[in-house]
Ligand binder design. Sequence first.
Ligand code: PXL
Length: 296
Amino acid sequence: MMQKKLLPPRVAAIQDLSSVGRCSLTATIPTLSAMGYQVIPLPTALLSTQTWGYDRPYFVDLTGETENMTASFVENGLSFRAIYAGYLASADQAQYVEAFFDAFSTRPDESERLPLLLLDPVLGEDGVFYTTCNHSLADGMKRLARKADVITPNLTEACLLLGEDYRDTSFLTKEQIKPYVEALLLQLQAMGPRRVVITGVPDVSGALSNYGVDETRQLFCVSNQKTKTAYPGTGDLFASVLLGKLLDGASFQSAVAYGASFVAEAARLTEAAGTPAREGVLLELLLPKLFPERNL
Ligand code: PXL
């Protein structure tokens, strides 16, 4: 009989299934599986391709299925070590995801809430909404953020959650950016989540930084060199690696640093390979790096 601690803990992943583009479930499932976790997907939408760089993806909104999937998981007595929610198809779906959080939260005490709830409030980028997102979905994400333990917005999403003005930081220095982003981090933390990271903030030096605040209110920043090409799905890949590391027991700051450098390496490798940006990063080549060392 295998030792119980070696059995892969279950992680629910509430995200879209985009067949092409290495984002959402097609990033989360391989990544967390490589790290030794069993992913239980609850697809929020079905798309032929992700939306960035493709004309008219075929899109099926699965909002109508969310409640029944949840009920079936409850009926079958499932439990989760973590719940990771990302891209949602509609504002109504956010309410069903909130019900999912409630159905599976046990909360023995506040310091070790089970399961760990990670929300990536996918809404937009570069100051604008993704084509399928809008303000009512942002309101739904705000309600979910209040319940989450960890949230991973980019700068656009942080501003949308807070109703603050988005500023393009790419011509500013880190010293100029820091007070703006740190104020956003503290406001987001005051909404409820103990740990917040604002991802992918560019600056004039050509770095891409993740600014975070941990459960002790310690602020930190980790930076990597930005590639010339931007790839879709890197936020999903980052959140997946971050979650795996947190579940492994890493501190928030070290999990953020590891996830950010993993994504930066994936972007560098993909740029060197010259594959189309809209197909995402070549994460398959890097997954072996994530394998845990285990003697079965
Ligand atoms: O990676 C965020 C994301 C998730 N899902 C879909 C997307 C995007 C970003 O464009 O299009 C369908």
